[in-house]
Design a protein around this ligand. Structure first.
Ligand code: SF4
Length: 327
């Protein structure tokens, strides 16, 4: 690790938006967060990819807020400050205690969801938790809109990177997520992550211990974007583990935002899987299309993943992207 305990500069350049907001003084940028670290939910999650959830569950900590504004956000109840449900603000010490509690409950890992806008607070808490006895892997589960420079600063603290690659088309990155420069930086972000942790490694039980697993959500009407995204992953290395998600279902503003106002079709998903196969991406995780509702959290419930958690486990044919198994 390389200085995560040092306070970041007061002008926030933590993510590619580089707002320059003085967050330590309580001012906020695009993510609308000042100096706070809000947690929306923390608990055992059984619906991630099998090497992440395993049998005991992934110790998942959802941060509130986000540095993107996806019109289809499935976590919009917690990602958009204007609609935040009540969340808990924590100090690094309290966040470390939360990690240790999840470890005591048997979690295979600590899975930080949407950490990009609170990355230094997360880093400080991980250092504290390690000093206090945290031994399980730390997962950085982000939307991919990260800064390579910031990631270099937390080198050594993250064991498993679980980023999205959402777009390789700037016009839809802007239109769907208000993301400027996403396609320019995602390759460098993935390369930095791979350099830090290498390819995905699992233990004898098939539980991830280290490495990179890239996620891609197939969007309706955007097969060409998906193909381009997979090409970036394959260019990194065909050995890169990739999770190709079919779970898209219109949510939030997408319900009235064509072409995002419908689920994807079998034909679209199969076309993307074919591309993965053609590219030699053999370490691929796929999903059943008919189980898409099982993957969607409901943050109005005490446990957003109560319903269908077991059914939400993904098919896992690592050597055959087109061979969707049954879960
Ligand atoms: S983390 Fe927030 S304030 Fe900082 S650059 Fe990103 S969006 Fe702006």
């Amino acid at each position: 690790m390389n200085g995560a305990t040092t306070d970041p500069p007061s002008q926030c350049h933590d993510c590619p938006r580089r707002c320059g907001a003085d967050r330590r003084a309580g001012r906020s940028g695009f993510c609308r967060l000042g100096d706070e670290t809000p947690i929306a939910w923390a608990g055992l999650h059984f619906g991630e990819e099998p090497p992440i959830s395993g049998t005991n569950g992934s110790g998942t900590i959802f941060f509130a807020g986000c540095n993107l504004r996806c019109v289809y956000c499935q976590n919009h109840a917690i990602s958009t400050p204007l609609s935040f449900r009540p969340f808990r603000e924590v100090t690094p010490e309290e966040l470390a205690s939360e990690m240790l509690r999840l470890q005591d409950e048997g979690a295979h890992n600590i899975n930080f969801v949407s950490p990009s806008h609170v990355v230094f607070r997360m880093a400080r808490a991980v250092e504290t938790a390690r000093r206090r006895g945290l031994t399980i892997p730390v997962v950085y589960n982000s939307n991919g809109y990260d800064s390579p420079e910031t990631l270099r600063t937390i080198r050594g603290l993250v064991d498993i990177y679980l980023p999205d690659i959402k777009y390789m088309d700037d016009s839809i990155a802007l239109r769907f997520s208000r993301a400027v420069g996403y396609t320019d930086m995602i390759g460098a972000v993935l390369a930095e992550m791979l350099d830090q942790v290498g390819h995905l490694e699992t233990d004898e039980r098939g539980i991830a211990v280290r490495g990179l697993l890239v996620r891609h959500l197939v969007l309706p009407g955007q097969v060409e974007n998906s193909r381009k995204c997979l090409r970036v992953v394959a260019a990194l290395s065909p050995r890169t583990s990739v999770s190709i998600l079919s779970q898209y279902s219109p949510r939030h503003r997408a319900c009235s935002f064509p072409p995002l106002d419908r689920p994807i079709t079998d034909r679209e998903y199969d076309a993307v899987l074919e591309e993965a196969l053609d590219l030699g991406l053999e370490n691929a995780f796929v999903q059943e299309l008919d189980s898409r509702e099982n993957y969607l959290p409901d943050f109005t419930r005490e446990n957003p993943f109560d319903a269908g958690a077991a059914a939400a486990r993904r098919s896992f044919p690592p050597r055959s992207p087109t061979g969707r198994g049954s879960s």
